[in-house]
Design a protein. Structure first.
Length: 107
């Protein structure tokens, strides 16, 4: 294959093919040996703590998630996984106490 393509991160093979582009327009590569797909020069985007706090506040409003993702600069899949993590952290048990029963004939 071409010289400037990196080896496969899983098996080290240089038998790679271009495999379409990811949603940000970067070239996706696929290893012919192990079928691993990867992106050359990927960037790990770190979501700032302030952005997460803003998203926490926005989630309390009736705003579409796509609008939240556009204004805060995060991706919709990231927002979905963030909300899923928050949802998992919410306790599912309802804390209820038994009502005190009024004694019959006491009133
Ligand atoms: Zn491989």
């Amino acid at each position: 294959m071409s010289v400037n393509l990196p080896p496969c991160p899983s098996c080290g093979s240089d038998q790679l093919v271009k495999n379409s582009k990811i949603h940000h327009g970067k070239q996706n590569l696929k290893c012919l040996e192990c079928s691993r797909q990867f992106v050359q020069d990927r960037e790990n985007k770190v979501i700032e703590h302030a952005t997460k706090e803003l998203i926490d506040q926005l989630l309390l409003e009736k705003i579409p998630w796509s609008g939240m993702a556009r204004t805060t600069g995060v991706s919709e899949p990231w927002l979905q996984s963030y909300v899923n993590a928050i949802y998992e952290a919410v306790p599912k048990q309802v804390k209820a106490r038994a009502k005190k029963r009024a004694l019959r004939g006491s009133v």
